[in-house]
Design a protein around this ligand. Structure first.
Ligand SMILES: [Zn+2]
Length: 276
C-alpha cells in the first residue's frame, strides 16, 4: 500500500496528472467498496429409523456431522446413542407417530386418541433409550402431524425437555413445524428424502436436488435411512460436498446459537422455518 502511494506521489511530481488521478480513483474504489459477502451453502443429513438391524451400526462410520435419529426402545437404541456420544456425534429421537397407512409403528408411538398427558409421558419414556437426544423428528406421522391438539401437546412437552423439532414432513398438510415455532421451539423442515428408492442413480439425483436447495436457500435438510446402499453412497459422497462449495453441518451447528441444552429449558431464540 505504501509503495502505491509512493508511486502516485512520484507520478504527481512528474506531472502525469491524468494518470495520477485515475490511479487515485482506482485505489479509492478498491479500498471503499466492500468485497461481496460469500453466501454459505450448508447441508444437514439425518439418518433416521436407526435401532433395529445390526447393520444400522454402519451409520457410525459416516462423517460425524451426520446426525442419527434413533427409534425408541429398539434393540440397538442405547448402544448406538452411547457410541455416537463418544464420537461427538449428535443424536435425535425418532418418535413414531400415527400414519394414515396404518403401518405398524413400533414401541412408544403417539396416536391421535392419546390424552395430552399421555403424549408427554410417552415422550419422556422414549427419551430414556436415547437420553442424549438433542431433538426429535417424526417417524411416519402422516395422520398425527395434521392434528393440531396432539401436536400442541407434543410441542409443549418437547419445549419442557429443551429439545428442538425437525418435521420429517410425511404429509404436505403437516402443522407440526408451525405449532413448534409458535410454541417457541427451534424448528426446521426436511427438504429431501434421499433414498425412498434404493438405487445409486436415485441417491445421486436426490443428493443433487439437496445441493441445489442448499445453494438456493443457504440450507438443505436431507433424510436418509440406514440401508447399506445409502450408507455406502453417503460415505463416498459427503466428503466431496466441500468441492461443490457446500458445508456439511450437524444439528448442533444448525441450532447451536438458538438451542438450549436439555438442561436449560428456556429457548433463547426462535429459528425461522427452513425452505421447503
Ligand atoms: Zn422413520
Amino acid at each position: 500500500m505504501r509503495s502505491l502511494w509512493v508511486l502516485i506521489s512520484e507520478l504527481a511530481t512528474k506531472r502525469h496528472r491524468r494518470l495520477t488521478a485515475l490511479m487515485t480513483l482506482w485505489l479509492c474504489c478498491v479500498l471503499l467498496i466492500p468485497a461481496p459477502a460469500i453466501a454459505k451453502s450448508q447441508v444437514l443429513i439425518i439418518i433416521d429409523d436407526v435401532g433395529y438391524r445390526p447393520s444400522d451400526t454402519q451409520t457410525l462410520t459416516l462423517p460425524t456431522p451426520v446426525t442419527l435419529s434413533i427409534l425408541p426402545d429398539t434393540p440397538l437404541a442405547s448402544a448406538v446413542a452411547a457410541q455416537a456420544a463418544r464420537q461427538g456425534r449428535d443424536v435425535m429421537l425418532h418418535l413414531p407417530m400415527e400414519a394414515d397407512s396404518g403401518y405398524k409403528l413400533g414401541p412408544l408411538a403417539l396416536t391421535a386418541d392419546m390424552y395430552p398427558h399421555t403424549i408427554a409421558d410417552t415422550l419422556r419414556q422414549a427419551l430414556r433409550s436415547v437420553p442424549n437426544a438433542r431433538g426429535i423428528n417424526n417417524h411416519m406421522g402422516s395422520r398425527l402431524t395434521r392434528e393440531r391438539l396432539p401436536m400442541q401437546a407434543l410441542m409443549q412437552a418437547v419445549k419442557k425437555e429443551g429439545l428442538f423439532f425437525i418435521d420429517s414432513r410425511t404429509t404436505p398438510d403437516s402443522v407440526a413445524a408451525t405449532i413448534a415455532e409458535n410454541t417457541g421451539i427451534p424448528t426446521a423442515i426436511r427438504d429431501v428424502f434421499l433414498d425412498h428408492e434404493h438405487s445409486e442413480a436415485f441417491l445421486q439425483q436426490q443428493m443433487a436436488l439437496l445441493v441445489r436447495i442448499a445453494k438456493k436457500h443457504g440450507l438443505g435438510i436431507g433424510i436418509a435411512h440406514p440401508h447399506p446402499l445409502s450408507v455406502d453412497f453417503l460415505r463416498r459422497t459427503l466428503p466431496q460436498l466441500k468441492h461443490q462449495g457446500v458445508e456439511l453441518i450437524s444439528v448442533s451447528d444448525l441450532f447451536a446459537p438458538a438451542t438450549p441444552s436439555r438442561w436449560e429449558p428456556e429457548p433463547k431464540r426462535r429459528l425461522t422455518l427452513a425452505p421447503q
